[in-house]
Write a protein that binds this ligand. Sequence first.
Ligand code: GLC
Length: 580
Amino acid sequence: MKKIIIALLFLQLFCIGCTHDPIEVSPPDTRLNWFNDAKFGMFIHWGVYSGMAGKYVGPSLYGTEYTEASPFLCNWSAEWILSQAGIPRERYKKQAKNFTATQFDGNEIASLAKETGMKYIIITVKHHEGFLLYPSIIQPDWCTSISGANGRDLIMELLTAAKSKGLKVGLYFSQNLDWMVEGSLGEIPQLYGRKYDIEKNRTYINYTCKVISEIMDRYGEILDVFWWDIPQINTSQEFTNQLQNALIKHKNYNKRILQNDRLSTLANGDFATPEGVIIQKPERPYELCITMDGSWGYTDYANNKKTKLELLYEITNTVSKGGNLLLNISPKGDGSLHPDALKLLKEIGDYMQINGESIYGTEHSGFIHGQDFGRVTRKGNSLYLHYYVGDKVELYGINSPILSAKTISGRNIEYKKIPNGYKFIGLKKGEVAKVIFSSIIIDEGFPISNKMKETNLYAMSALAEGGLSINGFESGFVNYNSWINLWPDLGWLLKVEDPAKYDIYTTISNGGPGELEIKIEGDNNAYIYYQYPTTKGYDDYQEMKVGSMYIKLGKQEIIFKRVGGSPLNFASMRLVRVDN
Ligand code: GLC
């Protein structure tokens, strides 16, 4: 950088007295600096659906009449209730009275985000239900003005409170899909799942541009992020340009405003937003958004509640791979939060308060595979070891000398060299060790040698490709009931010092019989196919011998894959050396 500045100064001097214009040099793109450093943000899904809490009583477009005795209950994300239950538009409108916001205080939410260690907030100004969280002039009949929230500008209340506390702010906006407005792109419940024709789409996009304009009139001066959604239903260049221009040609637009990659299939945006799947080797900034219980919108009965360890895993796992984690909260229709959610946020906040240094401003750790004890984050030559699972802290894949090893609060941590890594002694679960190395050169791989009779490979240290979730943390279990990708791979890198034959065992549970494969990448002879029997449900983990294989010398990636049959929970794989 210094060199460039000096070269530019020379060029400038040289040009004094020249007749042509000075050379224009565009400043380095610093727009994403805050975003890259932030690492942790709050997502808020709030709308009319929140007041319904995942339950609907009344007629459905799909033919059923739901009653109190037999109501419709969302079986997946509750902000989709209009579409899931097939609620006629006129009936849905009536639900707005239950969106009261009486317990909502922008200051409280902003403080909560801050106390949880979040650096920015993204709130839904309009989700697929089309309802606007402010008193709109363009859409007066479907905004807070006609709801129990009596025309409050909930967006401004939150944004100004958040800004005053130093947080960055953004708006989620469902531009392509709007179930309540004629002409929307996508499949429309009111049309029994059919789509509007292109002319109607045009009218809708023109209308949506006016809404964007109104949003920019009101909040454009303070916005830091514009968060589009449902790109897959917009493949049109014309619509993409129109929507994009509505934002960036507005008088209040400022280059500061970052956009995600969900405007359409033709727009890249400033950062990527993989859904449910982590990017292992990101090429550009990304943000992973997750729920606390499987639903973005509030439900009374969400049964997928995450634990503190799961959230800690999701945060440190994403951050260790250079991404940001956007954690969703789902306020009720009155704006209050479920006590379980508040408790979880408090626990995460406590962790962040002590260990924030190991999260904010960090970069990709350089490790692609995981660690059995938790995750590793990195800042320069320091690695931060987040220890929250298992009974030992062994870091494989780095051999450079250690200059110092302490907890973040300053207690010395003992360490000793082990093959291809270090073992750390005295770190307690829930603590983070800051280890300063003389340099960071990463050479991943579990050492496998004839000194070891057996090797255990746990879910936590696998490279998990595909959308799976990790749960059952105490034992490092991976849950394979993923909805994103039914057939994810788990991979471990082995550093084999002497080749040998191994018997292979896996510990799994399942909901029925199925098929799995174990193979070594690039070695056709190292392959096992196994049909697994039923265990007594997902809590009943059983060890099964699946076969034997010869593992060659050098670095080998061993892969575990479910290829058919019932989903399974994976706990571990055990390689037992067969002496011959
Ligand atoms: C999907 C869902 C939506 C949710 C979003 C969050 O696009 O349709 O309900 O808001 O993911 O990323």
